[in-house]
Design a protein around this ligand. Structure first.
Ligand SMILES: [Fe+2]
Length: 338
């Protein structure tokens, strides 16, 4: 399959120099993301503030950074490195698997074998912490054991995905807000990234209970009907899928000792289908995930409230209003576990 190359600008030379002066190096990955080497995350000393700032900016622009570590980080190193970004502290809301080192509640241990970690998480495009007003600023993925036959993570750049939308759809999506099925938190479908300034799209394909449309050219709101919400979810899925061939998404495969940090407002992600395939077929996969506290609420426009009662009666007349679980099922039979 022929894929287009990157639509992102090269790494800013002045920023690259800041990293080189501290003994590290950064290289753009094609088509999104960047690779960082020579920055020792296992040392108790944090990189200088100038280096952190540069890395955080490149992460916002390019979506994610892969740290190539000389040796396997331990859990504490990984968690400390997670706190270099965004809200600078961990915000952990997940279950703790019995195999988690030290029972550390900040590590979400994932695996394709339930004896080693929680299976089947995140098969559809999403951003982490969508049930919170201030969604996680960053997430970390530390591969403990890459599966021999593959099983990585798909990333899609949500700023470049917005640019890829036809103008008419950009306008319509800018009037939409999604309601999280688990919490009733409301987020805009289109927002401006706080660091990069890029206009980005945002929707959780496994935890959306309603979508509210601001009526064009006037006051008032309506809810999307089931057929409209189904279409929207399919369109969102397709524009992110298209990134994998059109130069704004990647199916990332982890290598030994890799540690990946994503800007959770810049890229959507999902587990690659191979990540959930049986051990006998793929080999054993174990990954640790961390989540970093958000820096500000991802607030809806049009004076909509940040929170609605999705488990209560529908306040907007006809349309999908479905609290609990994975929310609205936009395609029968697909896995949607969070
Ligand atoms: Fe996730």
């Amino acid at each position: 399959m022929k894929t287009e190359s990157t639509k992102l600008p090269p790494i800013d030379p002045a920023r690259a120099e800041v990293i080189e002066q501290s003994g590290g190096a950064i290289a753009a990955l094609d088509p999104i993301g960047a690779q960082v080497s020579g920055v020792d995350l296992s040392s108790g000393d944090a990189p200088p503030p100038g280096v952190i700032d540069v890395l955080e900016r490149e992460m916002a622009l390019r979506g994610f950074l892969v740290f190539k570590n000389a040796t396997q980080l331990d859990a504490e190193d990984f968690l400390r490195a997670s706190c270099l970004w965004g809200g600078r502290e961990l915000h952990s809301t997940h279950g703790v698997h019995p195999e988690t080192p030290g029972g550390n509640r900040h590590i979400f241990r994932l695996s394709n074998d339930e004896r080693h970690g929680i299976p089947d998480v995140g098969p559809q495009w999403h951003n982490d912490g969508s049930f919170l007003p201030a969604t996680f600023s960053h997430s970390g993925y530390h591969i403990i054991r890459p599966a021999e036959n593959g099983g990585g993570t798909h990333f899609a750049h949500q700023g470049l995905a917005f640019e890829a939308l036809p103008e008419e759809r950009q306008e319509r999506w800018s009037r939409l807000s999604s309601v999280n099925s688990a919490s009733g938190v409301v987020h805009p479908l289109v927002h401006v990234h706080p660091v990069s300034g890029q206009t980005c799209i945002w929707l959780h394909l496994g935890m959306t209970g309603a979508v509210i449309e601001k009526l064009p050219g006037g006051d008032g709101f309506r809810l999307l009907q089931a057929d409209e919400l189904k279409q929207l979810c399919h369109d969102y899925n397709e524009i992110l899928n298209a990134g994998l061939t059109d130069g704004y998404g990647v199916a990332y495969e982890y290598h030994e000792n890799d540690c990946v940090f994503i800007d959770n407002l810049a890229v959507a992600h999902r587990a690659a289908p191979e990540a959930h395939m049986p051990v006998e077929q793929q080999g054993l996969r174990i990954m640790h995930r961390s989540t970093v506290k958000g820096t500000k609420d991802l607030a809806p426009a049009f004076d909509l409230p940040q929170h609605v009662n999705i488990d209560g009666p529908n306040p907007l007349g006809e349309g999908v209003w479905q609290g609990g679980g994975v929310g609205f099922r936009w395609e029968e039979g697909i896995p949607m576990r969070n």
